[in-house]
Design a protein around this ligand. Structure first.
Ligand SMILES: [Zn+2]
Length: 77
């Protein structure tokens, strides 16, 4: 059996929502092995459907607080 678990990858500013291109904060692992990235808005919109399909949803929007604090002190990017 080859059930190697890929190490959890943290989302970065380079990761973009598959729907709108905004920064992604939610990573979705599809049961078939694929991966989707969503911004908070589209993650909410699709969460129900994805969960019913058996997808694993990793909400990494908890990191938002740190990012916001850093951006505040550093000024607009
Ligand atoms: Zn989006």
């Amino acid at each position: 059996m080859t059930t190697a678990v890929a190490p959890t990858r943290e989302l970065t500013a380079a990761d973009r929502c598959d729907r709108c291109g905004a920064r992604a904060y939610v990573r979705v692992e599809l049961p078939g092995g694929g991966e989707l990235l969503f911004c908070a808005h589209h993650a909410r919109q699709h969460a129900d459907k994805l969960q019913r399909a058996g997808a694993a949803i990793h909400d990494e929007s908890g990191a938002l607080a740190d990012v916001a604090a850093n951006e505040d002190s550093a000024g607009p990017v």
